[in-house]
Design a protein around this ligand. Structure first.
Ligand code: AMP
Ligand code: ZN
Length: 138
C-alpha cells in the first residue's frame, strides 16, 4: 500500500475528519473509530511507515516521546485505572491499517478487555537458543 491510498496519511493531511486528541508537526493522535474501551486512542507519525522495524529510529523516538503525555491525558479524562499501549506489526499480528500506529487503550479492573494471554513455558535450553538467534539478527 502506498501513501496515496492510506487512510491514516489522509488523516495526517487533513483530508479525512478525525476526532483529534493531539497534534504537532510530527504526530497526530485521534480516537479509534472502533474502540475496545472508551477513549481508545491512536497515535501515528505523520510520515508513512508501515511498522516499527522500518521506521527510522529518530522518528520512532519522537513518536514514543509523545506517548506518555497523551496516555496520561487519556486515562485522566476517562478516569481509568490503567492503559495498554499496543502496536500491531504485520497482518499476522493483527495489523489492519498499514501505517504505523500505537493504540492507547484505557483499562479498568475486571473490564475483561484482554481475557486471554496465552503464556506457556519454554523447554530447557530453548530460551538460550532463541536469544542467540535474535542477537545474530541485530
Ligand atoms: P490495527 O489492527 O492495529 O491495524 O488497528 C487499526 C485501527 O484503526 C482499528 O482499531 C480501527 O478501528 C482503526 N481505524 C480504522 N479506520 C479508522 C478511521 N477512519 N478513524 C479512526 N480509526 C480508524
Ligand atoms: Zn500512511
Amino acid at each position: 500500500m502506498g501513501t496515496d491510498d492510506c487512510i491514516f496519511c489522509k488523516m495526517a493531511a487533513g483530508q479525512v475528519p478525525v476526532a483529534k486528541v493531539y497534534e504537532d508537526d510530527t504526530v497526530l493522535a485521534f480516537l479509534d473509530i472502533g474502540p475496545i474501551s472508551d477513549g481508545h486512542t491512536l497515535v501515528i507519525p505523520r510520515q508513512h511507515f508501515e511498522r516499527i522495524d522500518d521506521c527510522p529510529p529518530k522518528l520512532l523516538g519522537e513518536v514514543a516521546s509523545r506517548l506518555g503525555k497523551i496516555a496520561g491525558a487519556v486515562v485522566a479524562a476517562m478516569k481509568s485505572d490503567g492503559y495498554n499501549v499496543l502496536c500491531n506489526n504485520g497482518q499476522a499480528a493483527g495489523q489492519l491499517v498499514k501505517h504505523l500506529h500505537f493504540h492507547i487503550i484505557p483499562r479498568n479492573a475486571g473490564d475483561g478487555v484482554f481475557k486471554r494471554w496465552p503464556a506457556y513455558k519454554y523447554p530447557q535450553g530453548k530460551p538460550e537458543a532463541i536469544a542467540e538467534a535474535i542477537r545474530k539478527n541485530l
